[in-house]
Design a protein around this ligand. Structure first.
Ligand code: CO8
Length: 258
C-alpha cells in the first residue's frame, strides 16, 4: 500500500506507520491525516496485526498541524467542516494498541497525535510542546485536555500558556512518556514493545486498551464495574482457557486470538 505522506508497512504482527513529509518536519496536513486514517483502517481489518507503531523522523515526530495550510482559513471554514475532528479522531478510536515512537519535535498537533496513542516511547532527543499560543491560537486536538490529564494542571498550563518545550527526561518524569531510550535504538525498542504486545491474545489486549481508556471517561465506581465485566468476558475466550491451562502445564500458551 503506498501513500503520499506516510510509509505504511506490515512487520510480522505489527503495523508500522512512518510519517514522511521531511520537507515540513512532518507537519500534519489534511492529506497526511487522511493517509494515517486509511493505514489504520487497513491495519484494523488485518486479523494478523495486533499492535501498531507510529513514528516520524530523527528530527521530528511531527512539528504540528500544517500552519501554511491553515493560515488562510476563516472561522466558517473551520467551524462548518468541524476542522480537526474529521480524521483526527481515527487515531484515538483505533481499537488495537498504538505506540508512538517519538524522536525530535512533537509539537502542537504532533504532541496531540502522540497523546492519542496508547503508549509514548521517547528518544532522548524528543521535545514535546504546545506552542499554539505563539501563533495566536490554542491547541485543538486534545492539547489542553490529554496533556492536563497526563502531567497535571500546573505543568500543562505552563506549557500551553508559554509554548515552552519539554525534553524527554522531563516528559518521563512528568508521566507523559512510558520510557526514554537512546535515539539510535528508538524504532528497535518500539518494535520490540509492539512485538511483545502482539505475542499475547489480540482480543485480550483490545480489552486491556478499552478498560484503561475508560478510566479517562468514567467515575471510579463505573470504571471498576466496566473492568470487572470485561474481566468476566475473558472467560468466554479460548485464549483465556489456553493461558491458564498452559500455566498449569508449565508451557508457553499457544494463543489463537479468539
Ligand atoms: N507547519 C508547516 N510547516 C512547518 C511546520 C508546521 N507546523 N513546522 C515546520 N515547518 C516547515 C518550515 O516552514 C520549514 O519549511 P521551509 O524550509 O520551506 O521554510 C521546514 O519545516 C523546516 O522548519 P524550520 O526551518 O523552521 O526548522 P528549525 O529547526 O529552524 O525549527 C521548529 C524547528 C522549532 C519545529 C519550527 O519549525 C517551528 O516552530 N515549527 C512550528 C511549530 C508549531 O508552532 N506547531 C504548532 C502548529 S499549530 C497546531 O499544531 C494546532 C493543532 C491543532 C490540531 C491539529 C489540526 C490539524
Amino acid at each position: 500500500m503506498s501513500y503520499e505522506n506516510i510509509i505504511a508497512e506490515v512487520k510480522g504482527n505489527v503495523g508500522l506507520i512512518t510519517l514522511n513529509r521531511p520537507q515540513a518536519l512532518n507537519a500534519l496536513c489534511a492529506a497526511l491525516i487522511t493517509d494515517i486514517g486509511e493505514a489504520l483502517d487497513q491495519f484494523e481489518n488485518d486479523e494478523n496485526i495486533r499492535a501498531i507503531v507510529i513514528t516520524g523522523s530523527e528530527r521530528a515526530f511531527a512539528a504540528g498541524a500544517d500552519i501554511k495550510e491553515m493560515a488562510d482559513y476563516d472561522y466558517m471554514d473551520v467551524y462548518k467542516n468541524d476542522f480537526i475532528t474529521k480524521g483526527w479522531t481515527r487515531v484515538a478510536s483505533c481499537r488495537k494498541p498504538v505506540i508512538a515512537a517519538v524522536a525530535g519535535f512533537a509539537l502542537g498537533g504532533g504532541c496531540e497525535l502522540a497523546m492519542m496513542c496508547d503508549i509514548i516511547l521517547a528518544a532522548d532527543t524528543a521535545k514535546f510542546g504546545q506552542p499554539e499560543i505563539t501563533i495566536g491560537t490554542i491547541p485543538g486536538a486534545g492539547g489542553t485536555q490529554r496533556l492536563t490529564r497526563a502531567i497535571g494542571k500546573s505543568k500543562a498550563m505552563e506549557m500551553c500558556l508559554t509554548g515552552r518545550m519539554m525534553d524527554a527526561e522531563e516528559a518521563e518524569r512528568s508521566g507523559l512518556v512510558a520510557r526514554v531510550v537512546p535515539a539510535d535504538s528508538l524504532l528497535e525498542e518500539a518494535m520490540k514493545l509492539a512485538d511483545k504486545i502482539a505475542s499475547f491474545s489480540g482480543p485480550v489486549s483490545m480489552k486491556v486498551k478499552e478498560s484503561v481508556s475508560k478510566s479517562y471517561e468514567m467515575t471510579l465506581t463505573e470504571g471498576l464495574m466496566f473492568e470487572r465485566r470485561e474481566f468476566h468476558s475473558t472467560f468466554a475466550l479460548d485464549d483465556r482457557a489456553e493461558g491458564m491451562k498452559a500455566f498449569s502445564e508449565k508451557r508457553k500458551p499457544d494463543f489463537k486470538h479468539r
